[in-house]
Design a protein around this ligand. Structure first.
Ligand code: B12
Length: 217
């Protein structure tokens, strides 16, 4: 199967919510020695975006979205160990990342966390539905450079604002940088709550993180 065919198959597997096909594509990607990151961003993630559009148009119901998300996550599980992490001598920084409380969307956050690792960050992924206190506790414990939060719903993005306040109250706001993202989040929102960084997608997320730890680069 050519690279283009595999990308098409990845998109299709996620749209159909076909876990077996998604894992099959992921295994072929490894067997063919292709770059897993490219297939995730050009294939699986693209499929998920289409699923989002279909859901918004009410052509897909929630159970179909769930199947698609499952297919995407299964493919990620296969690909993840094969993603080359840079053997960097100097670590870029420590990142604590998670999806905010009340929000169980974790695919985008996982992709961002993985890519930050690829670029030399030490990433601690707290998962989804993470209470503010947990972010603070981990940031303190790990002396994190960045606390990154994902919010996909207008109802949950408020937690990102609360985190800003909570970090101040905990006396560590000056010690960490904050970065926000997720489908519901905009640059305007990030600025309005005083977050240090924002990324609309994984590429912007990595760029923002790099700038936060090494402002001159
Ligand atoms: C998959 C999905 C689900 C899956 C989640 C599975 C999982 N394990 O993650 C399931 C089926 C469980 C689900 C449930 C629900 N969902 Co839903 N879901 C989606 C969907 C279709 C796709 C999300 C996704 O994975 N996208 C693919 C990834 C790659 O993109 P991404 O997450 O945006 O991440 C990228 C960027 O945002 C950015 N990024 C992400 N995180 C971060 C963090 C940082 C720090 C940075 C810098 C960048 C960054 O980089 C990522 C990679 O490029 C979206 C539609 C959409 N348009 O987003 C709806 C959507 C988010 N869901 C929605 C809703 C309403 C729900 C439910 C409430 C539905 C219900 N009635 O029960 C529940 C919520 C449950 C809860 N409490 O959280 C709404 C939210 C509406 C709103 N604005 O508030 C959306 C927008 C659908 C819609 N159009 O109505 N959902």
């Amino acid at each position: 199967m050519s690279r283009e065919d595999l990308i098409k198959a990845a998109i299709e597997a996620v749209i159909k919510g076909d876990e077996e096909a998604a894992v099959g594509v992921a295994n072929k990607v490894i067997a063919e020695g292709l770059n897993p990151i490219e297939i995730i961003s050009e294939g699986f993630a693209k499929g998920m975006i289409t699923v989002g559009d279909l859901f918004a148009k009410e052509e897909y119901a929630l159970p179909q979205v769930l199947l698609s998300a499952g297919a995407m996550q299964d493919a990620m599980d296969v690909l993840d160990p094969h993603i080359p992490r840079e053997d960097v001598k100097e670590k870029m920084g420590v990142v604590v990342i998670g999806t905010v409380q009340g929000d169980i969307h974790e695919i985008g956050k996982r992709i961002v966390g993985t890519m930050l690792e690829v670029y030399g960050f030490e990433v601690h992924d707290l998962g989804a539905d993470v209470p503010i206190e947990k972010f603070i506790e981990k940031a303190k414990e790990l002396k994190a450079d960045i606390v990154a939060t994902s919010a996909l719903m207008t109802t949950t993005m408020m937690s990102q604002k609360k985190l800003e306040v909570a970090l101040k109250e905990a006396g560590i706001r000056d010690d960490v940088k904050t970065m926000v993202g997720g489908a519901a989040v905009t640059k305007e929102w990030a600025d309005s709550i005083g977050a240090d960084g924002y990324g609309q997608d994984v590429t912007e997320a990595v760029d923002a993180a790099k700038k936060l730890v090494k402002p001159s680069k």
